[in-house]
Ligand binder design. Structure first.
Ligand SMILES: Cc1cc2nc3c(=O)[nH]c(=O)nc-3n(C[C@H](O)[C@H](O)[C@H](O)COP(=O)(O)OP(=O)(O)OC[C@H]3O[C@@H](n4cnc5c(N)ncnc54)[C@H](O)[C@@H]3O)c2cc1C
Length: 297
C-alpha cells in the first residue's frame, strides 16, 4: 500500500511529493504533463527561478526528486478514484489500479478559450491573465483589458501600478454607469462592441478586431476567461467546492484537507484567489506535510 497518491505532478503536486519523500513516505505522483502556464515563454515571480521557462523549472524539480527512493513519478492520467481514508483506490488511463492511505489532488485548472479567432493561438504571448506574471516586461506600454464582468473594475486600479495607458474592451458587457464614470475620471477609453478576432505582431502587440468599429492595437492584452478543473475526480467524490468569478475551486481547511477526510488539495484547483506558482508550491508543501502528519502512529 502506498502512503499517498498525488494526482497532478506540476508545481503543487511535486512540492507535496518533496515533503513526503523527505519524510520517507511511499508516494506515487500521476501526471499528464500539461501545466497551466505551458503556453508562457517564461515564468515570473518565483524566487530563485524568476524568468525561466516553466517547463525547465518543472524538469529541474523532477530531477531533484529522483534522490528520494520512496517517490515514484508516473506519466499517467488518473481516471477514477474511490474508497475512503486509509483505503483509497485510483485507476489510471491505462487501466492500472493503485491504492493509498491518503490522496492529494493537484490537477489544476484549464482555461476555457473563447471561440474568437486568434485568442487560443496567442494565449500566453500577446494575451495574458496576470500582471504579476507578465506586467513588468511591458510596464508603461499600452495595455488592453477585455471586460469579463464587474470584477474587471478591480483590474483597472491594479494595472495602474504598471501603466497609465489602458484601453478597456467592453466585449458586449453592460458596464454599470458608476463604473463607466470612474473609467472616464481615470481617462480610460472604453471600446464598445464584441471582440471578433486577435492578431499578433512580433513578441506581443495584439491587434484587436471588433464587430463594430476599426481595429485597435495594444502592446499587451489582458483577459480572464473562465476556467474549470482539469479533471472531474472531485465531482465523483462529492467534494465541497466554492464559486469564484472565474470558475470553481475545491474547499479546503487550513491544513488543505478537503471536505472528505484523508483527501487534500493544493494549487490552482483549490485556490480561489491569486493563482501563482509560488502559491501552488506553498500549498503543495502544506498538503504533503498535513497528509504525512495525519498518518503518525
Ligand atoms: C498564460 C499563463 C501564464 C502564467 N504565468 C505565470 C507566472 O509567470 N508566474 C506564476 O507564478 N504563475 C503563472 N501562471 C499561473 C500558474 O500557471 C499556475 O498558478 C500554476 O501552474 C498552478 O500550479 P498547479 O500545480 O496547481 O497546476 P498546474 O501547473 O496546472 O498542473 C496541473 C497538473 O496536473 C496534471 N493533470 C491534470 N489532470 C490530471 C489527471 N487526471 N491525472 C494526472 N494528472 C493530471 C496536468 O497535466 C498538470 O501537469 C500563469 C498562468 C497562465 C495561464
Amino acid at each position: 500500500m502506498n502512503d499517498v497518491i498525488i494526482i497532478g505532478g506540476s508545481f503543487a503536486g511535486l512540492a507535496a511529493a518533496l515533503q513526503l519523500g523527505r519524510a520517507r513516505r511511499k508516494v506515487i505522483v500521476l501526471d499528464t504533463g500539461l501545466p497551466r502556464n505551458r503556453f508562457a515563454g517564461h515564468s515570473h515571480g518565483l524566487l530563485g527561478h524568476d524568468h525561466k521557462p516553466p517547463l525547465d523549472i518543472l524538469a529541474e524539480a523532477r530531477q531533484q526528486l529522483a534522490r528520494y527512493p520512496t517517490i515514484r513519478l508516473v506519466h499517467a492520467r488518473a481516471d477514477s478514484v474511490a474508497g475512503a481514508i486509509d483505503q483509497f483506490s485510483v485507476t489510471t488511463g491505462d487501466g492500472q489500479g493503485l491504492e493509498a492511505r491518503r490522496l492529494i489532488l493537484s490537477y489544476g485548472v484549464a482555461d476555457q478559450m473563447p471561440d474568437i479567432p486568434g485568442f487560443a493561438d496567442n494565449w500566453g504571448a500577446s494575451i495574458v491573465p496576470c500582471p504579476y506574471c507578465d506586467g513588468f516586461e511591458v510596464a508603461g506600454q499600452h495595455w488592453g483589458l477585455v471586460w469579463s464582468g464587474p470584477q474587471s473594475h478591480n483590474y483597472v486600479r491594479l494595472y495602474h501600478d504598471w501603466t497609465d495607458r489602458l484601453t478597456v474592451f467592453a466585449d458586449g458587457h453592460d458596464i454599470a454607469p458608476d463604473i463607466r464614470a470612474d473609467l472616464e475620471r481615470r481617462a480610460i477609453p472604453v471600446v464598445e462592441g464584441r471582440v471578433t478576432g486577435i492578431a499578433r505582431h512580433g513578441d506581443h502587440h495584439a491587434t484587436v478586431k471588433l464587430d463594430a468599429g476599426p481595429d485597435v492595437a495594444v502592446d499587451m492584452l489582458f483577459a480572464h476567461p473562465r476556467n474549470k478543473p482539469s479533471a472531474s475526480l472531485h465531482e465523483s467524490l462529492g467534494l465541497a467546492t466554492v464559486n469564484t468569478p472565474f470558475g470553481i475551486a475545491l474547499q479546503v481547511d487550513e491544513r488543505r484537507e478537503t471536505s472528505m477526510p484523508g483527501i487534500y488539495a493544493a494549487g490552482d484547483l483549490a485556490n480561489p484567489l491569486m493563482a501563482s506558482v509560488t502559491a501552488a508550491i506553498a500549498q503543495g508543501a502544506t498538503a504533503g506535510i498535513s497528509a504525512q502528519q495525519s498518518m503518525l502512529v
